[in-house]
Design a protein around this ligand. Structure first.
Ligand SMILES: Cc1ncc(COP(=O)(O)O)c(C=O)c1O
Length: 398
């Protein structure tokens, strides 16, 4: 009988020649457990998904309760499904008054597609500006605004009328003209290795968009839901986009994405033609129930504020290790070792030391620390102890 490992290689489409291949049996809080009962402290959160930890009891209860009522009923947008409505209302209550209409989809990429379509449809223009080392997803539209030539080149031709700008460059806002439909930007670039916006960069984009009738799109797929120390980065930088894109932690561990705009802007998708964007499973009731429960945990437990305290504890515990820099705020951190050549070994050997670590897509000088926001101070100390042993093991192999 072939092992699960062998079947995984034989029958699952692979994304790289070197998958992690941990066989996880269950997960709880900040830990994953393999079939032998070994624990792995999760410093990835499934890439900024499990902000309330794995299987938070409130999320599991909401999933069970909704599964007992109904699963899929009808394609998105036709039937009143209380989990969608309640979740949209909650999100609207936590967002600025211009972001009140929530369009639920299944994933971050799909939300990006919807947001780009909405911006083009509403402005009647087609040019999109995006940034170097931006990651917005893997579908063709999202890939067309991805800031890495390596990935784009392999899949040309892509969507036309897209122009790349440099993140944090003052020239970026000067590239916005009357022909620009939208500027799409992660307020904090995640896969670029946690690059924060400097000075008035985001505000300048906002002003230039206003001047030229272009839309500002914020991709908060990774930064949202408290990860960077405020509920959404738009509050941290005090810049309000026309369209906000959310996913990952939005579903509390279930697949869910959303793009959010004013009711007026969003209405563009409902006429000329009607059904301008449609989805069968978008806003699945079980995912919305899970997401709402997770968001309530984040807000009631002030997990975003706590993320800053936890960041400080990480910084304190990592201070005497051979790391040159720790970038980021809250619990989206990029750790830059003095010797970047140890990163592949750090990530590969992390599981043997009871840790889950990850790279960034577009930054080879750092590794990621992005644990569940529910991680406890003791778990942070344990993670840092394990990281210390791991760093010593890869720096001075016997
Ligand atoms: C900033 C950002 N936007 C969009 C996406 C795409 O989300 P998904 O993988 O759910 O399609 C990701 C995924 O990593 C992301 O990090």
């Amino acid at each position: 009988m072939p092992s699960l490992r062998q079947l995984f290689l034989d029958h699952l489409g692979q994304t790289s020649p070197t998958p992690l291949m941990l066989e996880i049996d269950r997960a709880e809080g900040s830990f994953l457990y393999d079939s032998n009962g070994r624990d792995y402290l999760d410093l990835i959160s499934g890439v900024s998904v499990s902000n309330t930890g794995h299987r938070h009891p409130a999320v599991v209860a909401a999933v069970k309760e909704q599964a007992d009522r109904y699963l899929h009923l009808m394609v998105y947008g036709e039937v009143i499904q209380s989990p969608q409505v309640r979740y949209a209302e909650k999100l609207a209550s936590l967002l600025p008054p211009s972001l009140q209409s929530v369009y639920f989809v299944n994933s971050g990429s799909e939300a990006i597609e919807g947001a780009l379509k909405l911006a083009r449809r509403h402005t009647g223009k087609h040019e999109i500006i995006y940034f170097r080392n931006a990651y917005h997803g893997s579908t063709t539209g999202a890939l067309s605004v991805q800031g890495s030539e390596l990935y784009r080149n392999a899949f040309r031709p892509l969507m036309p009328s897209t122009t790349m700008a440099e993140f944090n460059s003052p020239e970026a806002s000067e590239m916005i003209t009357k022909d620009t439909a939208a500027v799409i930007v992660e307020p904090v670039q995640a896969e670029a290795g946690v690059i924060q916006p400097e000075g008035t960069f985001l505000a300048d984009l906002r002003h230039a968009c206003d001047r030229h009738g272009a839309m500002l799109l914020f991709d908060e797929v990774q930064t949202g839901f408290g990860r960077t120390g405020s509920l959404f980065s738009l509050y941290r930088y005090n810049v309000i986009p026309d369209i906000l894109v959310l996913a990952k932690a939005l579903g509390g561990g279930m697949p869910l994405g959303a793009f959010i705009a004013s009711r007026e802007i969003m209405s563009s998708l409902a006429h000329n033609p009607i059904l301008g964007h449609i989805t069968t499973f978008g806003g699945h009731p079980v995912c919305c129930a899970a997401g709402l429960a997770s968001l309530e945990v984040i807000v009631e437990g002030n997990l975003s504020g706590n993320a800053r305290e936890k960041e400080h504890l990480f910084r304190q515990e990592l201070a005497d290790m051979p790391f040159r820099e720790i970038r980021g705020e809250g619990l989206l951190l990029a750790v830059v070792p003095e010797d970047k050549s140890i990163i592949p070994s750090l990530v590969a050997q992390a599981p043997a030391h009871g840790l889950m670590l990850d790279y960034f897509l577009f930054c080879d000088e750092a590794f990621r620390i992005a644990p569940p926001l529910t991680i406890s101070p003791d778990e942070i100390r344990l993670a840092c102890q394990r990281l210390k042993t791991l760093t010593e093991a890869v720096s001075f192999p016997v």
